[in-house]
Structures are given as structure tokens and as C-alpha cells.
Design a protein around this ligand. Structure first.
Ligand code: DAH
Length: 336
């Protein structure tokens, strides 16, 4: 170092040193790079900051004072930059290699849930399970015998009108009711019977707020010695109170179905309490149905019911348009 170094030259070198040291510390991506930069710039023996310090000796006293102050600031800045770089690269090596920044705030996972109709179906299985009903299943593509004949619905009956059913080829159809499962269960087991069946049914109805060409029903069947209409009313009332709440009002109206005698329609007081809405049909199993499956109507009696799952779900959640249940709009579905 010459004895008459100029202040300007020494200061310019100091600025350049600061700039390249800062970029080395800030650019370091792992602990080894930080350490290499530390040795190069801040190293006790050969560090470039050491060389910069030695230039003090070549300056005259006034310049020494100015340069010395600046030197101290730069040294402190570089030590801080070194510490910051160390802290930054002290992350799991694997995460760094994958470019994963574990310091980023997490993304909240979007959890879905079951569709309200599925929730309803599962709750019905649970409720009727407590009343001793097990679950039965039947096909959605059904034959005429199980959908109509065995249920005492003759060929002349208006329910068999081609305009009211989805007939397929070879004497099959999309089932129009889950009552078909009553027949399939009784064909396959002797009494006593206590089952429910939940599933889709199809009818060529025009879609509106209360109708759909496909909907879901729950069918119930209980057959044993001495089963009466009182059992039917008790089970349906208990069920309605369990699913819709203690204060729900239901009523039974005399009606007609070919496969029950006597028959009733069951209504529930809609949410808001201003109108009755049909929940489904029910009745005492017609002796002709027992004969069709080989049960002895002198030996056993039974009750059956068929309820609309959508209606129950809508009453429970105060939904007023059935179409909302089929549109898969998560803004709607997310509420249940
Ligand atoms: N299957 C009838 C329908 O879809 C509902 C029904 C009425 C089912 C009476 C039954 C019953 O089991 O006993 O309209």
C-alpha cells in the first residue's frame, strides 16, 4: 500500500467491495456457498475486508477519519448480510433441492362431503336399522313381472301406460317404483321379513320444482304373523319424528294401491307449516301379492310403504326446488 493513497480511490474500492460481497451473500443458496463468501470477504487472515482495513495506513489523518467511519459501516453491513444468509440457507437440504419453500403459508385443503341425498339415505338406513329393518337391493332395469304383475297391477291398469314408463326391449323397463324389491325379497326368503330398500326409480315426468324423471325411494316391508295397521302407523310416525324432528306432523289419508289393502297416503306438514306434502304411500300387503311369491295369506300379514327420499331431504333442510339436488352446484351443496 503506498503511503500517499488517495481517499477517493480507497472509498471507491470499499464501495465495490461492499457491492460484490452483498451480492455473494444474497446469492448464496446453501451453507457451503455462504461459508465460501464469508472466508472470501470477512476471513480473519486473507479476507478482502482485511485488505480494505489495511489501506487505512496509507491515508493521511483527515482521510483516515472519513474512510475509517465508512469502513466500520461497511464491515457491519457485511457481517449482518452473512448472518442473514446463514439463517436463510439453514433449511432441510431435501426441501431446498426440490425448490420447496417450507416457509410459505400452507394451502387449506378443500374437503368435500357426501351429497345431501346420500346423507339422507344413510340416515334412513341407520334409523330403520334401529327398528330391526335390514337393507335389500334390487335391479334398476326390471322385468314387467316384478314391476307390475306380481304387485297385482294388471295389464289394463293406467300405471302401465307406455307414456308413464320407460319401457326397454325384451319385456324390461327402468323400474318405476322400489316396490319391485318387495317381490324379490319374498321370492328369496320365507317369512318373517323386515327390510328396507333404497334406490333410484324412473318416470317420464316433466322436470319442475317438484318432479324429476329420476328420483329416489325408500321401500319398507314387514311380514310376520299378526302384523297390523297399528304397526305400520307406529313405525312411520316414529320414523318421521326421528328424521324430521319430534314436532313434525304427519297424517294418513285413505287411498288405493293395487298391492295393498287397505292403502293410505302419508302426508307431512311442510316446513313453514302452511301445506301438507305427500311423503309416500303405504298399506297392508294385498293377499294377491303374497300368493304371487308363494306366501300363505292365511298364515301371515304385513305392511309396506314407499317414501320419496328427495321429499324427506327437502323437508329436513327446507329446500324448495328438487332440481337443486341434481345440479351439482357446490355453492348449494356446501351448505349441508
Ligand atoms: N310404489 C308406490 C309409488 O311409487 C308407493 C307405495 C305405495 C309403496 C304403497 C308401497 C305401498 O310399498 O305399500 O307410488
Amino acid at each position: 500500500m503506498s503511503a500517499n493513497d488517495s481517499l477517493d480511490a480507497a472509498q471507491a474500492d470499499l464501495e465495490a467491495l461492499e457491492a460484490s460481497a452483498l451480492s455473494a451473500f444474497q446469492g448464496a443458496r446453501d451453507p457451503q456457498a455462504v461459508e465460501a463468501a464469508r472466508i472470501e470477504f470477512l476471513g480473519q487472515k486473507q479476507g478482502r475486508i482485511k485488505t480494505a482495513q489495511e489501506r487505512l495506513r496509507g491515508l493521511d489523518p483527515a482521510a483516515k477519519k472519513v474512510y475509517g467511519q465508512r469502513f466500520n459501516t461497511v464491515k457491519k453491513t457485511l457481517e449482518d448480510a452473512c448472518d442473514a444468509a446463514k439463517a436463510r440457507v439453514e433449511r432441510p437440504a431435501a426441501a431446498v433441492a426440490e425448490g420447496l419453500d417450507i416457509t410459505l403459508p400452507g394451502l387449506r385443503p378443500r374437503l368435500g362431503h357426501r351429497h345431501p341425498l346420500t346423507q339422507t339415505a344413510e340416515e334412513l338406513v341407520d334409523l330403520f336399522g334401529r327398528f330391526g329393518f335390514s337393507v335389500a337391493r334390487g335391479p334398476e332395469v326390471e322385468d314387467i313381472f316384478h314391476n307390475f304383475e306380481a304387485l297385482n297391477i294388471p295389464a289394463s291398469h293406467p300405471a302401465r301406460d307406455p307414456l308413464d314408463n320407460f319401457y326397454l326391449s325384451n319385456g324390461t323397463m327402468l323400474r318405476s317404483q322400489t316396490s319391485t324389491v318387495q317381490i324379490r325379497v319374498m321370492e328369496n326368503q320365507p317369512p318373517p321379513v323386515r327390510v328396507i330398500a333404497i334406490g333410484r326409480v324412473y318416470r317420464p315426468d316433466t322436470v319442475d320444482a317438484t318432479h324429476s324423471f329420476m328420483f329416489h325411494q325408500i321401500e319398507g316391508l314387514m311380514v310376520d304373523r299378526g302384523v297390523t295397521m297399528a304397526d305400520l302407523k307406529t313405525v312411520l310416525r316414529l320414523f318421521a319424528q326421528s328424521y324430521l324432528g319430534r314436532d313434525v306432523k304427519i297424517r294418513f289419508r285413505p287411498s288405493f294401491f293395487p298391492f295393498t289393502e287397505p292403502s293410505v297416503e302419508v302426508d307431512m306438514l311442510w316446513h313453514g307449516g302452511d301445506r301438507w306434502v305427500e311423503m309416500g304411500g303405504a298399506g297392508m300387503v294385498d293377499p294377491n301379492v303374497f300368493r304371487a311369491v308363494g306366501y300363505d295369506p292365511e298364515e301371515v300379514t304385513g305392511f309396506a310403504f314407499g317414501l320419496g327420499i328427495e321429499r324427506l331431504c327437502m323437508r329436513r333442510h327446507a329446500i324448495d326446488d328438487i332440481r337443486l339436488l341434481y345440479q351439482n352446484d357446490t355453492r348449494f351443496l356446501g351448505q349441508f
